[in-house]
Write a protein that binds this ligand. Sequence first.
Ligand code: SF4
Length: 78
Amino acid sequence: MAEIQFIVHKELCIGSDKCGGICARICPPDIIAYVEENGKQVPCVNDIELCMKDHGCQNNCPVKAITILPPQEGGRNF
Ligand code: SF4
């Protein structure tokens, strides 16, 4: 089984101050935290082994700044 990867496209992410921190709020195991980077609060994950692979962060980010690999069955859902 492939290792799960949480990939943030930092240039796309508008920061949790602007989007309301949707990716962290939607995460069932609550493993997304924000770190300041270039004036934006961008998401990072510490305990990736707790990821439930529901792809909620990826599918609900308003600017599509998150990619979770391996992809969701049936392709990307947005
Ligand atoms: S990745 Fe998307 S949902 Fe998460 S902080 Fe950035 S813009 Fe908001």
